[in-house]
Design a protein around this ligand. Structure first.
Ligand code: ATP
Ligand code: MG
Length: 403
């Protein structure tokens, strides 16, 4: 891979350009990072108002599979990445015939399918010692009939297209399992044993074309109704043995498939009676992750900076966190008052608090459960950060901070 140097002039006479499949908020933050380094950006997303399309130099408005759109993206870009994990892997394979694509179609295909993802984790568990929750693959009625009792109560998850807790059903017994599978139109699923969670965490790594890996600190995450609400990142957020174990497991998950780009792996800390609990791997995202947004304000290099570095073949700096951080997600819910009338959140008061960094994604319509933005609280010490995070959460009505 010949590095695509920022500000360099390509053979066609244009400035070095980085392309991204998908125009959501992750694409928008990628575009900001790329532009800051001097790259031209190109976004492919059919939505004319997509958060990334609105801030990019080029916005190709076609479906992901449209051959003309893909040809245009390849013609405009010197390398291509993805911000949306359900981009058809076939589209990435088409782009890869013309340009370097990171992450590659094979890695994205694994992350798109919970069955493949769990086989990959199981293969890596031999090296890292971190396994996934006990599960069964459900593709036919016989699989439902053969489910062992120890997997119930469990969570039935569609193998593909799940996010933010969608495509999941909690099932207590065999009858509920059969009903939930029928509700999912009998598409391929995995049934996971419901684990007694003590906490959840995630790790983000960036891996280069040359195999170099750098790793962010471990994030402790709190979900509310299946959606990430709060991320805590500071020295005491987790037992240190588990933090080291989670980082090592993430690196082996990236290395094992020769991953190039930014990868996030989510973990559970399960109550197994031991003092620290048992680390269990949940799922991976082949892109920057919501739990890594704090890196923009609390680290010297953000996850989006490293996404740019990795795909362009630039050196990968070891990121350094310079401030304790608490990230709070801003869902559309806070755009509505108790009576259900739409109103703007009180930014004026929120921004008067010290160390509050607001990021809005430029979405026109607030809907309940929709990710509209996030804010990160940073400060000189954890007490200060915690106190401001509680104040801003109370002010805006944000959940999850006391978990
Ligand atoms: P996202 O992509 O937004 O992270 P997702 O829809 O792909 O989410 P998961 O990460 O599989 O879904 O699950 C969402 C949340 O549901 C988890 O973060 C966890 O809180 C809970 N959960 C999932 N699987 C289990 C399990 N086996 N036992 C207990 N809780 C679980
Ligand atoms: Mg998840």
């Amino acid at each position: 891979m010949t590095p695509i140097l920022p500000g360099s002039i390509a053979a066609s006479g244009r400035l070095a350009t980085l392309g991204v499949m998908g125009g959501g908020q992750l694409g928008r933050m990628f575009v900001h990072a790329a532009q800051r380094l001097g790259y031209i950006t190109a976004v492919l997303d059919a939505d004319p108002q997509s958060p990334a399309g609105c801030v990019s130099h080029h916005h190709i408005q076609t479906a992901y599979e449209d051959p003309r759109g893909l040809a245009q993206l390849a013609a405009l870009s010197d390398a291509v990445t993805t911000e949306f994990e359900n981009v058809p892997a076939a589209a990435l394979a088409v782009l890869a015939e013309a340009r370097p694509v990171a992450p590659g179609a094979e890695a994205v295909a694994i992350a798109q399918d919970r069955v493949q993802e769990k086989s990959h984790f199981t293969a890596c568990a031999g090296i890292s010692g971190v396994s996934c929750a006990p599960y069964a693959v459900i593709v036919q009625q016989a699989d439902i009939d053969a489910v062992p009792a120890h997997l119930l109560p469990g969570i039935l998850k569609t193998a593909r297209m799940g996010y933010d807790g969608k495509g999941q059903a909690r099932v207590r017994h065999a009858a509920e399992l059969a009903a939930a599978w029928a509700d999912f139109k009998k598409v391929p699923c995995v049934l996971e044993k419901l684990m007694p969670l003590r906490a959840e965490c995630s790790v983000i790594v960036a891996r280069g074309w040359d195999g170099q890996v750098v790793c962010f600190p471990v994030q402790r995450n709190v979900h509310v109704d299946g959606i990430l609400a709060v991320t805590h990142v500071y020295a005491s957020n987790m037992p240190s043995t588990q933090a080291v174990q989670a980082q090592a497991a993430t690196q082996s998950i990236a290395n094992h498939i020769g991953y190039v780009g930014v990868l996030c792996v989510e973990f559970f800390i399960v109550d197994d009676g031991s003092a620290d609990g048992l680390l269990v791997v949940n799922e991976m995202a082949p892109r920057p992750h919501n739990s890594g947004h704090y890196t923009m304000d609390a680290c010297d290099f953000s996850q989006f900076d490293l996404q740019v570095h990795a795909m362009a073949g630039l050196p990968l700096p070891q990121p350094r966190q310079h401030s304790p951080a608490i990230m709070l997600n801003l869902l559309g819910d806070i755009w509505f008052d108790a009576a259900g009338t739409e109103r703007a959140p009180d930014w004026q008061s929120a921004l008067a608090l010290p160390g509050v960094h607001l990021h809005l994604y430029g979405k026109h319509e607030a809907r309940r459960g929709r990710k509209m933005g996030h804010l990160t609280v940073t400060g000189a010490d954890l007490d200060k950060v915690t106190s401001v995070a509680h104040q801003v959460a109370t002010l805006l009505g944000l959940p999850g901070l006391n978990a």
